[in-house]
Design a binder for this molecule. Structure first.
Ligand code: FAD
Length: 462
């Protein structure tokens, strides 16, 4: 979930490694003196590393198998632009009470708060969106959110977001630039924040999940990869080891890797992303229970892509947090975050989402970058179109992610997330898609992984 969502409060104040081999009996021996139990965790992202840490704590020998040549999964800090920038998850949302805040504090990671109130919006002819126009758009946006919340009270899983949104938008009666600004805010809240178009979402999916105790969202100066490094300390990870098949008996699992190795363990926590489960590139033998299979096909996998742009110097005001050119259709909203305060370099993170991002991914990195710089240049002028370097993500094309994060499609509900996280003998699935309180976040994935790790430790206890 990016930190792009412009809530009423936000608009209102807007003034302008590894590689160790799996050895038999490599783990700790329980205090009881019984046989050592071994668990394999699949995936070295937030969920997998969270599960591995809990298993180690319980004295269970654990090895993580990771398909990629790096840790982190959808948490990936790159240095292509000369400084650390997050290509996947970036913000710790609701940091007060968020377990990632504790990890960041213990690892002494520097954080930079993001004050969403500082937005710079332009019309496509370069004129500024004025405070009065922002205020009117804020009222319209708030009225739409209220209408969605009221409708959601009596909604069932089959109810769709799109028709309620269409009616609520029409009821605001706003026109011209105020309407365009309201739509930009809806664009940040729907295709960019939820990574899905309105027509793909259930009504309940608009406001899914819980918050902790609030606080201002933060970025990490070193990037979120630093959280992964902290979590991975002491964990045995085999990189470049894709799992193709998961076989299970009542008490054991056998994982078959792409290289044809067969690895046996007393239990397995598998954190394949939902997109990978939907793609069917991993076989389960016997198949997963019906409720889990139904959940896999019902839940949605959204797409948020980033275009990170480094400029010769910043052409935007220092104190601005978000920039955008209003006037595009909601689905084609482009928003940019100012990363100068966190990176110390003139870098913006541009965002595109959902169907628009899918078509741009297909068109290629240059087309994706031009779409973002072109949109910014329309409002802010030619310098916005002249970055010196850029990186564009392609999370849908990534075979180990196949999308950015999950969402509720019409017909699905949080019961599907629960069904996916329910243990199946010696196998437990985990990941952001199994989190009911915090789906689509790093912390939701971490907590889901930790929960699965604790449950697995009880399952394999002698
Ligand atoms: C662009 C973007 C922006 C985001 N922004 C934020 C944000 O600001 N804040 C926030 O909290 N969250 C954000 N998220 C969401 C967050 O990144 C995810 O919810 C979270 O990282 C998911 O963790 P996970 O462990 O469930 O899955 P993953 O991180 O995907 O981990 C699964 C692991 O399994 C591996 N794997 C896959 N298939 C196989 C296989 N066959 N064999 C072996 N290994 C395999 C993968 O390589 C991966 O390492 C964002 C995500 C994206 C893509």
């Amino acid at each position: 979930m990016p930190a792009e969502r412009l809530t009423r409060r936000r608009l209102l104040a807007s003034a302008a490694v590894g590689g160790a081999a799996l050895a038999a009996g490599c783990g700790a021996r329980p205090a009881s003196g019984g046989p050592a139990r071994r668990v394999i965790v699949i995936g070295a992202g937030m969920a997998g590393l969270g599960a591995a840490a809990e298993l180690r704590r319980a004295g269970v020998a654990v090895t993580v198998l990771e398909a990629r040549g790096r840790l982190g999964g959808r948490v990936h800090t790159g240095t292509e632009l000369g400084v650390p920038v997050d290509l996947g998850a970036a913000w710790i949302h609701d940091p007060d009470g968020n377990p990632l805040t504790t990890i960041a504090r213990e690892a002494k990671l520097a954080t930079v708060p993001t004050d969403y109130d500082r937005v710079a919006l332009r019309r496509a002819d370069g004129r500024e969106v004025t405070d009065d126009e922002l205020g009117a758009a804020d009222d319209a946006f708030a009225a739409i959110e209220d209408a969605l919340a009221a409708a959601a009270e009596d909604a069932g899983p089959e109810d769709r977001l799109a028709p309620v949104l269409t009616r609520a938008r029409a009821r605001t009666g706003v026109r011209g630039v105020v309407r365009a600004t309201t739509d930009w805010a809806l664009g940040t809240a729907i295709p960019l924040d939820l990574a899905a178009d309105a027509r793909e979402l259930s009504l309940d999916g608009y406001d899914e999940g819980e918050t902790y105790d609030g606080g201002t969202d933060v970025l990490l100066r070193e990037g979120t990869g630093a959280l992964i490094r902290a979590l991975a300390t002491g964990v045995e990870v085999r990189l470049n080891t894709p799992v193709r098949r998961v076989e299970r008996s009542r008490t054991q699992v056998t994982l078959v890797t792409a290289a044809g190795e067969r690895l046996r363990a007393d239990g397995c926590v598998a954190t394949f992303p939902l997109g990978v489960l939907q793609a069917g590139t991993v076989r389960f033998d016997p198949p997963l229970p019906r409720a889990a299979r139904r959940a896999i096909s019902r839940l949605g996998v959204g797409l948020l892509d980033k275009v990170l742009l480094r400029y010769p110097s910043s052409w935007w005001p220092d104190d601005v947090v978000q920039l955008g050119t209003v006037g595009a259709a909601i689905g084609r909203t482009v928003s940019a975050a100012n990363l100068q305060p966190v990176t110390g370099a003139p870098i913006l993170a541009g965002f595109v989402g959902a169907g628009y991002a899918r078509s741009l991914e297909r068109a290629g990195e240059t087309a994706m970058t031009s779409a973002v710089t072109g949109r910014l240049a329309a409002g802010f002028g030619a310098p916005a179109g002249r970055p010196v370097s850029f990186v564009a993500t392609r999370w849908a094309a990534d075979p180990w992610a196949r999308g950015s994060y999950s969402f509720l499609r019409p017909g699905s509900s949080s019961e599907d997330r629960a069904a996916l996280g329910t243990p199946v003998g010696p196998l437990i699935l985990a990941g952001e898609h199994t989190s009911i309180d915090r789906p689509a976040t790093m912390d939701g994935a971490l907590v889901a992984g930790q929960r699965a790790g604790r449950a697995m430790a009880r399952t394999v206890a002698p």
